[in-house]
Design a protein around this ligand. Sequence first.
Ligand code: NAP
Length: 255
Amino acid sequence: MTNPFNLTGKVALVTGANTGIGQGIAVALAGAGADIAAAGRSAPVETRTAVEALGRRFVSIQADFGSTEPVQRVVDETIAGLGGLDILVNNAGIIRRQDSIDFSEDDWDAVMNTNLKTVFFLTQAAARHMLANGAQGRGGKVINIASLLSFQGGIRVPSYTASKSGLAGLTKILANEWAARGINVNAIAPGYFDTNNTEALRSDETRNRSILERIPAGRWGQPSDIGGAAVFLASGASDYVHGVTLPVDGGWLAR
Ligand code: NAP
């Protein structure tokens, strides 16, 4: 029987793959056989080393997703560099913390632009290519990196909650429009992961303890914990899965 999780011959574009969750996903996809285009601000030096050690091709694309300016170029450079685009992982994202009563318009716009607006237009640019793939029976996979705050309200992160709740909705509408046209659109909602994004929480002893007490698995997630879900949603194993936001959270939402 052929392995439904095998990604050999597929090209995956992962945004923000230089560190954290994006790096964990890029390495897992490469481990399943995919070639990787990493798009972002910082040079993905470690990720390149890990992907190439797995025998997969790797291209790095410089892009600042604080605006939609680079989206078409990123898609074009992926296709030029690796010969196609089958899997898009919208991982790059930021968070700004402040009481809602004092929250600034700058912090609202920066988070919404990076986490939601650019994600939509990058996905649109990628999907135009994937729809042409679909006509050849090749299709495409889009994986959005959502959050527990796609389900819950959170505290002191109004633009982040709005962006990640919006991303869960975007995942559903795009699935509705493209499911019959060969593209699967789904999301992963990481729980509390040990990355730069959560450094402020982990260095606050009280917050750290109260978070850990609520996680049934009893530990923070590591970037390698996210790879299995990403390989599943990137592969033929999920061909009949559309529009879901899959929590990978050590059981947090079950509490
Ligand atoms: P991270 O270590 O801070 O990684 C964020 C990534 O996004 C980095 O590669 C960063 O690049 C990139 N990025 C941010 N702004 C960018 C911009 N304007 N242009 C291009 N790239 C940009 O945090 P992480 O936890 O791995 O976050 C990855 C995703 O997971 C985010 O969408 C985050 O919201 C989501 N998430 C994280 C957690 C968690 O517990 N850690 C939980 C739920 C969801 P630079 O390194 O160059 O800044």
